[in-house]
Design a binder for this molecule. Structure first.
Ligand SMILES: *Cc1c(COP(=O)(O)O)cnc(C)c1O
Ligand SMILES: [Zn+2]
Length: 426
């Protein structure tokens, strides 16, 4: 497999100025975010269905349109997660053609952040950083710690102090240095901007952000390829900083431009928690800017009150003809349970958000039953089990005898009947 990438470089979205390749995330002139621009014509012969099919069953099959440094030999099998036909969930919410893109099982750390980190760290090595890191709402911390360990890079990771215990442990186990900051994600991120300048570290979502963000395109490539090189009618995507949803759009645009899929309108639907909904509020109110919020939700991985790509995400959603919704913490827990009970997929709070928002979009008639819709599950439920505390009780242990088992089952059924009677009476 030839991993040589078509030429790419940093470009300002606003003024169009180009900056070559360097650890830089914003245009010095107009402060707008920088993005990776490709020579798409040069990619035309490389980025073909045949070459992709001949590639490995992971994100590196799309290397021709990823910012991968010359000579980089990727060997970590990241991505290419299942696209699951969700008939049971669909039946429950009135969706006849629903698919779940299941990044709850992404390799190596069970969230879609593995995609962005692998692309960012390839560039961190090329730029010569010995120390890498990130500001994180949890999943990014896990992935940077794991992948830095494998590459022999030192990692220093900053998180809000109130992060879920499982996400803290899932960072420390890889030997990373973890700094808990007494503040929310937006405080952590602002500090990291200063740290990147002061210490010259490679912070994947700060000074390496344009490279990092490109990794999210692979979700879009995979969805199209797994649908048989077709685009869906709708995509439902959880939003934190607002990067993933935009990059799925970018991936679809590239596939259309290069002729790998037929052009068709795709509507983008953003999902947030009501306790941190700056982007969905902007979409609903039709405003250009983002009104920052102070996050208060169990969906901590989405709790970014001042999202870097929020304005661009809101604009893209509206121009696609889509919509954004937000759901309460109670609905998030129900969303987690609903996906688990119908499809056997255990997602974290962010996936509860996406599932609950997807159900709402069908219920409100914003998506109609027969359209092909992909809902993006981005993280694993084992990392946020605290969200379910108190929902399930452990029953008493039973003696290992059939008679005891029989009695126990009758007792259980009795309790259930009693509960049903009580519930009916209320
Ligand atoms: C980071 C994250 C997101 C959102 O990503 P953005 O690109 O910042 O919008 C969604 N789901 C999970 C589980 C995440 O960790
Ligand atoms: Zn500029």
């Amino acid at each position: 497999m030839n991993y040589s990438c078509s030429r790419y470089e940093l470009k300002c979205n606003e003024c169009g100025k180009r900056f070559g390749n360097q650890p830089l995330s914003a245009c010095p002139d107009c402060l707008a975010p920088l993005e990776i621009a490709y020579d798409l014509e040069a990619a035309r012969d490389l980025f073909t269905k045949e070459n992709i099919a001949a590639g490995p069953a992971n994100i590196w099959r799309y290397a021709a349109l990823l910012p991968i440094p010359e000579g980089f030999q990727p060997d970590l099998p990241v991505g290419f997660t299942p696209l699951v036909r969700a008939r049971n969930l669909g039946k429950r919410i009135g969706a006849a053609n629903l698919y779940v893109k299941n990044d709850a099982v992404c390799f190596p750390t069970l969230s879609f952040k593995d995609r962005v980190v692998s692309v960012a760290l390839a560039n961190a090595q090329k730029f010569g950083f010995d120390i890498v890191g990130c500001s994180s709402t949890g999943n990014l911390a896990n992935s940077v710690a794991a992948q830095a360990a494998r590459l022999g890079l030192k990692a220093t990771i900053l998180v809000p102090a109130d992060l879920e215990p499982a996400k803290i442990l899932n960072t420390l186990v890889y030997g990373a240095r973890l700094v808990r900051i007494d503040g929310n994600y937006d405080h952590v991120n602002r500090l990291c901007t200063q740290i990147a300048d002061e210490y010259s570290w490679g912070l994947v979502n700060v000074n390496l952000r344009p490279y990092y963000a490109e990794g999210s395109k692979t979700v879009g490539y995979e969805i199209a390829e797994q649908l048989g090189w077709r685009l869906p009618d709708n995509v439902v995507v959880p939003m934190a900083g607002g990067s993933l949803i935009r990059k799925i759009r970018k991936a679809f645009n590239e596939l259309i431009y290069l002729g790998l899929v037929e052009e068709k309108p795709v509507r983008f639907f953003g999902a947030q928690a009501s306790g941190c909904s700056p982007i969905s509020v902007a979409v609903k109110e039709g405003t250009d800017g983002i009104e920052p919020q102070r996050p208060n939700t169990i969906a901590r991985s989405l709790a970014i009150g001042n999202p870097a790509d929020g304005p661009a995400a809101a604009k893209m959603i509206r121009s696609s003809g889509g919509w954004a919704e937000d759901v309460s913490d109670v609905e998030i827990v129900s969303g987690i349970q609903e996906l688990a009970e119908t499809e056997g997929i255990f997602t974290e709070t962010a996936g509860g958000v996406t599932t609950a928002v997807t159900a709402r979009l069908y219920a409100d008639g914003r998506i109609s039953a027969n359209e092909t819709t992909v809902t993006c599950i981005t993280g694993n439920g084992l990392k946020t089990t605290d969200a379910l505390i108190g929902r399930y009780q452990q029953e008493r242990a039973v003696r290992p005898r059939l008679a005891d088992f029989d009695a126990y089952l009758r007792e259980l059924d009795g309790i259930t009947e009693l509960e049903l009677t009580t519930a009916g009476a209320l």
